[in-house]
Design a protein around this ligand. Structure first.
Ligand SMILES: NC(=O)c1ccc[n+]([C@@H]2O[C@H](COP(=O)([O-])OP(=O)(O)OC[C@H]3O[C@@H](n4cnc5c(N)ncnc54)[C@H](O)[C@@H]3O)[C@@H](O)[C@H]2O)c1
Ligand SMILES: N/C(=C\C=C\C=O)C(=O)O
Length: 500
């Protein structure tokens, strides 16, 4: 738990608020300026966090550059795989500390932190450790016009220093989703987690240090985006690639910075994902599935369905059923038995979500359930809780059905034909994920193939095989990560041609 970690509190003020430091070149670094890390369950101060200024960010980048030219790039696949497994072992050994860190920063249910966030942190390291040990490359045989035998083969080399900038919604999952393959492919890393969720990233640095990674291979800097650590990192001429997960407009800003140095970028950005329920769906499974895809993590998952389309013949029945299940959701403390939903990540984010609840009313929506803030009569009233909300009655041009809200809300609309719903799903500036609920086999394949999204789930949601390509189209991102797609992004690929 960051509250007890030896690196989280300076010795002389052990009783005061813990201090989370940056990790640079194998050492813990305090900075002149700090910011507060607040618990969104009750608004209380968890820790103070060292904000990396430009010099600190540049020190981290220099450390990574040195390590990249040092021995790390020459390590073998076997050595790197063993180190990644050691990091996974370290997370496993401190499993409860990581759970406590994620829960403290985000207020999410403990069972979610255990089964999703920390479990995936471990899986991300193990997956890429195993992948590089079994990965093959390509070789091509041909004959030159004069009859000589020609051999072409492909080699993957490290890119060098990777800038990793991650969001607050699934802090450890999304940070390790980038750190693991970056290290696996022999790169060095400067990682900046979200200012909202510094705790699990700090623990990860402790685990990486304990695993014995050479100094400078992994560096952690804390801070904000604009005019702070995020911008200093993404605009540095001394990083070789940027992998970013966050809002589309932030991605656009970072892309402009990367253009300066023609840097490789991988972007996992926003979404306005649709769930489509046909009349021939398994009704109960579809209700349960849309409940999950709308309200998991308080709707703070880039893959969540904020748009739900239901075939007209079952529309009223579906809305009633989803309303009933939504009103049964347990909104509680993270540790509470059977809790389904915690608070949003911060008061500021809740204000944004509530502004859309107000906008929905202004745009003429019918509020089927929710639309406000739960009242508990205890310390949670100082937290950032919001009611899970269902709305209907808006057009496809309303702001609430086009803009990403990133909270526990979905809009349900009826549709009549397959072609109509495909066109409506695709009529979006985003293209990350979609869900289809149907028992009609050929319809499932036919509809899934026509969605302009990077990911389609049929009769399930957020089911992940880490070997598959993950990413979005349009404003939802650029590039794919997962399996060999990550290996390709985190490598400089060369072709060697030999005349035998
Ligand atoms: N496609 C995906 O896989 C995926 C996954 C998770 C979250 N997201 C998206 O992320 C968003 C929520 O996360 P968020 O609020 O942390 O996003 P955000 O863009 O506000 O911040 C993300 C990260 O970028 C940093 N940042 C902000 N401005 C920056 C700048 N100008 N230069 C450099 N760094 C900057 C932040 O400090 C943070 O670390 C949502 O839009 C969600 O859809 C997408
Ligand atoms: N990138 C992944 C999930 C993203 C979730 C977005 O909030 C993953 O499961 O690998």
């Amino acid at each position: 738990n960051p509250l007890s970690s030896p690196h989280a509190a300076s010795a002389q003020d052990a009783v005061s608020t813990p201090l989370l430091r940056c990790f640079i070149d194998g050492a813990w670094v305090e900075t002149a300026r700090t910011f507060d890390n607040i618990n969104p369950v009750n608004g209380r101060l968890i820790s103070r966090v060292c904000e990396a200024d430009r010099d600190t960010v540049n020190a981290a980048i220099s450390a990574a550059n040195r390590a990249a030219k040092g021995g790390w790039r020459g390590t073998s696949v076997t050595e790197r795989a063993a180190l990644l497994h050691r990091i996974a072992d370290g997370i496993e050994q401190r499993f409860d500390d990581f759970v406590a860190a994620e829960v403290a920063d985000t207020g999410r249910p403990v069972h979610q932190a255990r089964t999703l966030d920390v479990a995936r942190g471990i899986a991300n390291f193990r997956t890429f450790a195993d992948l590089i040990k079994t990965a093959s490359s390509e070789m091509f045989e041909s004959t030159a016009p004069d009859g000589a035998k020609i051999l072409n083969y492909v080699v993957r080399k490290p890119l060098g220093t990777i800038g990793i900038i991650s969001p607050w919604n699934l802090p450890l999952l999304l940070l390790t989703w980038k750190v693991a393959p970056a290290l696996a492919m022999g790169n060095c890393v400067v990682a900046k987690p979200s200012e909202e969720t510094p705790s699990s990233a700090t623990l990860l640095a402790e685990v990486i240090q304990a695993a014995g990674l050479p100094n400078g291979v992994f560096n952690l800097i804390h801070g904000f985006g604009p005019d702070s650590a995020g911008q200093f990192l993404s605009t540095s001429p001394h990083i070789d690639a940027i992998t970013f997960t966050g809002e589309s407009r932030t991605g656009s800003t970072i892309m402009k910075a990367a253009a300066e140095g023609v840097k490789e970028v991988s972007f996992e950005l926003g979404g306005k994902n649709a769930a489509v329920v046909f009349a021939d769906a398994d009704f109960d499974a579809a209700v349960a599935g849309v409940l999950r895809s709308s309200f998991t993590n308080s709707g703070q998952v880039c893959l969540c369905s904020e748009r739900v389309y239901v075939e007209r013949s079952i529309f009223d029945r579906f809305v009633a059923a989803l309303k009933d299940r939504t009103e049964q959701l347990r909104i509680d403390f993270p540790q509470a038995e059977g809790v389904d939903m915690g608070p949003l990540v911060s008061h500021a984010h809740r204000d944004k979500v509530l502004s859309y609840y107000r906008l929905a009313r202004e745009e003429g929506a019918i509020i089927v359930t929710g639309g406000g803030v739960p009242v508990f009569g205890d310390e949670r009233d100082q937290g950032a809780y919001a009611q899970p909300t269902i709305i209907t009655g808006l057009s496809d041009t309303a702001r609430c059905t086009r803009e990403e809200i990133f909270g526990p809300i979905c809009h349900i609309a009826p549709f009549d034909t397959e072609d109509e719903v495909i066109a409506r799903v695709n009529d979006s500036p985003y293209g990350l994920a979609a869900c289809v609920w149907t028992t009609h086999l050929s319809r499932a394949h036919r509809v899934a193939a026509q969605f302009e999204t990077g990911i389609v789930w049929v009769n399930t949601w957020f089911t992940r095989d880490l070997r598959t390509p993950f990413g979005g189209t349009k404003l939802s991102g650029m590039g794919r990560e997962g399996g060999r797609y990550s290996m390709d992004f985190y490598s400089e690929i060369s072709n060697i041609c030999i005349r035998l």
